[in-house]
Design a protein around this ligand. Structure first.
Ligand SMILES: [Ca+2]
Length: 235
């Protein structure tokens, strides 16, 4: 699926365009809770490695490892996790980027996360929590990118599962992190449905059934299973 913001053959990535808008949401009533054992959200979206930015709200109180926040198949493929207390981009064998530890990663409160992954140059990863940039701690680039084998999963990667709650999950082509402070909006989620470069946007407001609608224009609906459940706790 080619679109604006994809990596071009020369490695040039068009900058995110259209600016950043903080439009108020009418309401936000629900998130999805994951048990860390087998709960998952799956979709066919984001099934090919390309440079993207993930914007989401997350809450967990697990100290140490809490893996499986984002995955893309079997093995450590397109895997974002908390390894120890370090947010970790694990996009292939010996193809990693670790961020500094931060109190916000597991303090039991809702925080806004914005992660940029440059798939062919993983060392260029960027992470913002509540609008503030988290420094890159270390990288490993002796290996290579692993091809995705599924669309994105949330709460699961291979046999690793995330314990906590996630809400208002959006994917953008290219580097959208210039919008991190705007989307954090002092702790109140904004409506991202009209933002530029949007691939998918799951608001998780259904509170019934197992299908999660895509609030972008791309109809990338998701499915929750194995006990992942809507939860009235939301940011
Ligand atoms: Ca929501």
């Amino acid at each position: 699926m080619l679109g604006l913001g994809n990596t071009l053959s020369g490695g040039i990535v068009p900058a995110a365009t259209g600016g950043c808008n903080a439009t108020a949401l009418a309401s936000n009533g629900y998130s999805i809770a994951f048990d860390g054992t087998n709960d998952r959200f799956t979709t066919e979206a984001d099934d090919t490695a390309q440079n993207v930015t993930y914007s989401f709200w997350m809450k967990n109180d697990v100290s140490g490892d809490n893996k499986g926040i984002i995955g893309h198949g079997t093995g450590s493929v397109g895997h974002f996790m908390l390894q120890g207390d370090k947010p970790t981009v694990y996009w292939g064998t010996n193809w990693l980027c670790w961020f500094d530890e931060d109190d916000k990663t597991d303090d039991g409160n809702w925080h806004h996360w914005m992660l940029y992954v440059e798939v062919a140059a993983v060392q260029n990863c960027k992470l913002y929590i509540d609008g503030g940039e988290i420094s890159v701690n270390s990288t490993r680039t002796s290996g290579s990118l692993s091809a995705y084998t599924t669309g994105i999963s949330i709460g699961k990667n291979h046999n690793d599962y995330f314990e906590g709650k996630i809400d208002e999950f959006a994917i953008f082509t290219g580097d959208k992190t210039e919008c991190a402070e705007t989307y954090y909006n002092s702790g109140t989620p904004t409506d991202l449905s009209d933002e530029s470069n949007l691939i998918a946007y799951w608001r998780m407001e259904e509170n019934t059934g197992s299908t999660v609608a895509d609030s972008s224009s791309n109809s990338n609906e998701g499915t929750i299973s194995f006990g992942a459940a809507f939860d009235s706790d939301s940011p």
